[in-house]
Write a protein that binds this ligand. Structure first.
Ligand SMILES: *Cc1c(COP(=O)(O)O)cnc(C)c1O
Length: 391
């Protein structure tokens, strides 16, 4: 066995010109028009949910991702909640989702009174394994009058919620087919994958609805924020309505025609978003270059592999990922300790959802691959500003 912790620390240092100071996992970069647009927004007095910046940011997102409409939300979790509601997810329904994800994916299901149902991942994408899911559904799912039921729990299964882990696209084609065959809505959690493409198409636009997040650690940030992507313009109108308290437009009457939510993104945040969107192509280019350098540096190191995009994908490499060989899985905490104590921030993957107290009794398939991978994943510094080359 080699001293894998020291080897990993030194290899990261070689790539990112570590100057002895602290290197975070992912920090925002504000080197464009952020301050200018914020000042413009303040001067306009339209700092809340209407105003030019909201429309402009939505337009930029739709154009960039190639969907018909983007609707801004206060954060990605709220965006997910609305997508589930709009897909007809009701109390006691089940929603299929990967066991390996950020808590928001499962929480949004719970906010609907529905039950997350955990699915295994594949090593190639670190996301939902469509083949394993299909075999599983063949076994446990039953279609009655076109509705999909879980034979084991008796509950209706309403949707599949794939998540593009660390920015790497899930294998969407077979997942979309499963959605069609089992009458399950496909909602993409593309929170991490702005700038990632599956077979040339931007993630988040495959299913009926998809979401993005602009939290401080994401590839672009608005402080906090999210968006819903859709190709259904009527749906986009309805989502705008529901996320703005379902108030029927009128000069003075307050009339709300359904249960609505105050999930709008303020214009102040959208102003930041417009400036960040102008920089997005540069961020992606820099992050892909950083990933290329990591891949080259880690190529010759025994005991660990740098995760690279599957052949069908072009990834934004939001969070760069190392996967320890099984023989070195026990060394993971040592690697985390040595890197973090030497100023290089690293992090393990999230705790699998079924190990959290509120989700321990949820239905799940065999999760062998997720169980195996989660012990071996280490995220390493990934900020766009780690590349200082002029591109
Ligand atoms: C960031 C993130 C979200 C949304 O998070 P917010 O902080 O609410 O914007 C949802 N799912 C995943 C997988 C995420 O990483």
């Amino acid at each position: 066995m080699t001293d894998i912790a020291a080897d990993i620390l030194n290899t990261i240092r070689k790539v990112i010109d570590h100057a002895g100071s602290f290197t975070a996992l992912h920090i925002p970069v504000f080197e464009g028009n952020e301050k200018r647009y914020l000042a413009e927004c303040v001067d306009s007095n339209f700092v809340s949910s209407i105003g030019e910046f909201v429309d402009r940011f939505e337009g930029m997102l739709a154009a960039f991702t190639g969907v018909k409409k983007a609707v801004l939300c206060v954060n990605g979790t709220a965006a997910l909640h609305i997508c589930l509601k709009m897909s007809g997810v009701e109390r006691d329904d089940e929603v299929l989702m990967p066991a390996l994800t950020f808590i928001a994916t499962a929480n949004a299901v719970s906010y609907c009174g529905a039950v997350p149902h955990f699915i295994d991942i594949e090593e190639r994408t670190l996301g939902t394994d469509p083949r394993k899911l299909e075999e599983y559904l063949d076994e446990i799912a039953e279609l009655r009058d076109g509705a999909c039921y879980n034979k084991l729990t008796g509950r209706r299964m309403r949707a599949i919620l794939p998540m593009h882990t660390f920015g790497h696209p899930v294998d969407m084609d077979p997942l979309m087919e499963i959605g069609r065959n089992y009458n399950l809505a496909v909602i993409e959690d593309a929170a991490e994958s702005l700038g990632s493409y599956y077979k040339g198409m931007h993630t988040g636009g495959f299913g009926k609805l998809g979401i993005l997040s602009f939290n401080g650690n994401k590839i672009i940030t608005t402080g906090g924020g999210g968006a819903i992507l859709t190709n259904d313009e009527d749906m986009a109108g309805l989502i705008k309505h529901v996320t703005t308290t379902a108030k029927v437009p009128h000069p003075w009457e307050f009339y709300h025609d359904m249960l609505g939510y105050n999930y709008r993104m303020p214009a102040l945040n959208a102003a930041l978003g417009c400036a960040q969107m102008e920089k997005l192509p540069e961020f992606i280019a820099k992050k892909r270059l950083l990933a290329e350098r990591y891949a080259a540096a880690f190529a010759d190191l025994d005991g660990v592999r740098f995760f690279t995009e599957p052949a069908f994908a072009k990834s934004n490499y939001w969070l760069n990922t190392l996967i320890l060989d099984r023989d070195y899985a026990e060394q993971r905490d040592e690697v985390l300790k040595v890197t973090n104590s030497n100023g290089i921030m690293t992090r393990p993957a999230w705790t699998l959802m079924e190990y959290l107290p509120m989700y321990k009794d949820c239905p799940r398939m065999n999760l062998d691959i997720a169980e195996d991978l989660v012990r071996r994943i280490i995220n390493i510094p990934s900020s766009a500003n780690l590349i200082t080359d002029k591109l």
